[in-house]
Design a protein around this ligand. Sequence first.
Ligand code: MRU
Length: 325
Amino acid sequence: MEHILWKNDELILMDQRKLPGETAFVTCKTPDDVAAAIRNMVVRGAPAIGITAAYGLAMSAILKRDFDADCQLLLDSRPTAVNLRWAVERMRDCRNKNHGKSDFFVAEAIEIHREDIEMNRRMGEFGASLFSKPVTILTHCNAGALATGGYGTALGVIRSLFNHGKLKEVFADETRPYLQGARLTAFELAKAGIPHRVITDNSAGYFMAKGEIDAVITGADRVAANGDTANKIGTMMLAVLARHFEIPFYIAAPWSTFDLSLASGVGIPIEERGRDEVAFINGKSIVPDNSPVAHIGFDVTPGNLISGFVTEKGILHPPFRTDSD
Ligand code: MRU
């Protein structure tokens, strides 16, 4: 089942907020709909929001809207994942090369989507080559098919390990408050028949101390030139724990996630979201009414805690320099 589908000049998105209980879809007819779908997490995950924005700009060209204004609208929808900017820049280049013919925009968005799946499969193979015997992997958030064009980044490596008979089990952090791990990663793993257990976010140290985790692999939203990496809040704690227990910690991400304009992670914009996502569970408040909440979407893992970066170009190590790294 496709979760990002371009059909008759409209974009049909699987509503990831409703999974795993309900498979529902949201149809976007304008770039405003697309920006709202990204902002409201109908679609999420760094590569997936880049692909979605590209389709949003194809729509902008078809509807003969102000293209630059729509680029800004989409850029403003979420701040941390640089894939969004990467996709918008690629669509801008497409306009410059093709004098604004809408067919070319649609073809470019479809190509961005296709390439992403291909890169994930390549990444999966590179990642699987890191291990010679069956391993248990811990992952955080959802870096699967749903977070990308398909197959996944960190989950792509897990899929490839499974296909090569080199996977014992996956521990999926539930990932409070949006529960991308419990709802989405577990959904994908169950569908693929991959052995897994969902754990609470505070369980990783327990299982690492028991020697039950061989490696941690997560996705990324933005990687700076020195390897500092923004990913879902909680990722940095895993990297610190992994260093303590001498467990390798890998990031799997396509080159479109690398932001070489930033020397370090200090300049990465970190999304803060509303109180209610933390304070309410199933519509019921779990926090006293007068208690404020800090809801930080991402943290930055220092590059020196990361054992390697699994990319479509192979396993890379910082400092990252040019496109030809
Ligand atoms: O807030 P989200 O769900 O968009 O956050 C997603 C993540 O942090 C993922 O790990 C990251 O985008 C990589 S997805 C391949």
